[in-house]
Design a protein around this ligand. Structure first.
Ligand SMILES: Cc1cc2nc3c(=O)[nH]c(=O)nc-3n(C[C@H](O)[C@H](O)[C@H](O)COP(=O)(O)O)c2cc1C
Length: 311
């Protein structure tokens, strides 16, 4: 009922753990059995180790959470040495998330992650500023094309997902334009989306709640925003290109995952939902399977994009 295949990766469940919300690789094994998951995204890995931003760098918002972790991670060398040997026996597909400041960074990290035995795929987190232009790679079609074309050859046969930001403020390009560029450049899947830029202020101290001043909002607050983006990208480019969408944004209950599927997602990721309820990603499978049956569908794949828009 729930098994599916995205970009050639066979998943037992369409529910994965989102990058940066499940530790570096296998930390969630303490609370759940990975074989009940569709897969795990690693923390975004950069070339050099990063301590991340100053604390506080996570805060709870009324309908979700805000973070400004700043890509704290051990760096590619330590990841390959300490985590790499665990990848093949994690019990579910592992997708390596890559971040960087310039194309060379992305290429080095992507090719080293792709070389780890058992790695199922790569996700390019392109919501990072390009040191050359100051713009995020993911908001600049020229830079995105160059990056994804180069990464596609660096990862060889391994499927690569491109993870876009939900906002394209300051550029004339829509998320559909950027998704099209990613697909034309070799993306085998799209992850929609990263967090929504946000800020909170403690009115008593008059200080920002995050030390970094601004951060990214995730959780139920962003779910309807991302449903719309999945719908637009599915109908605008992904459906015809045959490229699967993996939706991330506020999945905490089976209904959220089902809504994403109807909008056009082939799989979903749970991020903030795991902070509120660490087993949310496995718990929601039961309701999701029941829903698939209640819709008279043979499997979840046949419900992708099946929102009824007519009167
Ligand atoms: C604490 C935290 C850390 C995150 N770190 C990363 C990261 O390293 N790389 C990345 O691509 N996305 C990162 N994200 C974004 C999530 O993967 C996801 O795209 C986003 O939170 C939306 O999903 P959600 O509403 O289910 O949390 C992070 C999110 C949170 C809450």
């Amino acid at each position: 009922m729930l098994s599916t295949t995205i970009a050639g990766i066979a998943l037992r469940s369409p529910v994965l753990l989102a990058a940066g919300t499940a530790g570096v690789l296998g930390e969630m094994r303490d609370v759940l059995d990975p074989s009940q998951l569709g897969g795990i995204l690693t923390k975004s890995i950069t070339r050099a180790p990063r301590d991340g931003n100053a604390f506080p760098r996570i805060t709870f918002a009324r309908a979700g959470m805000m973070n400004a972790i700043g890509l704290a991670n051990p760096g590619i060398e330590a990841f390959v040495r300490d985590e790499g040997p665990k990848v093949k026996s994690m019990g579910c597909p592992i997708v390596g998330s890559v971040a960087g400041d310039c194309i060379d960074d992305y290429l080095e990290v992507a090719s080293k992650l792709a070389g780890i035995e058992g790695m199922a795929g790569i996700e390019a987190n392109v919501s990072c500023p390009n040191v050359h232009s100051g713009l995020e790679f993911g908001s600049d079609p020229g830079a995105l094309r160059e990056l994804i074309t180069a990464m596609s050859s660096a990862v060889g046969d391994l499927p690569m997902f491109v993870k876009l930001s939900p906002v394209t403020v300051g550029t004339p390009h829509t998320i559909v334009d950027l998704a099209r560029v990613a697909i034309e450049s070799g993306a085998r899947g799209l992850t929609l989306t990263n967090t929504v830029p946000a800020m909170g202020i403690d009115v008593r101290t008059r200080r920002p709640v995050l030390a970094n001043v601004t951060g990214g909002l995730s959780g139920p607050a962003i779910h309807p925003i991302v449903v719309r983006l999945v719908h637009l990208v599915y109908r605008g480019v992904a459906r015809d290109a045959g490229v699967p969408i993996v939706a991330a944004g506020g999945v905490t209950r089976w209904e959220d995952a089902a809504e994403f599927v109807l909008a056009g997602a082939s799989a979903v990721q749970v991020g903030a939902g795991s902070f509120a309820s660490p087993r949310a990603s496995v718990k929601l499978r039961k309701g999701l399977a029941k829903w698939v049956r209640s819709q008279g569908a043979s499997g979840i794949g046949s419900l992708v994009g099946q929102v009824e828009l007519g009167a």
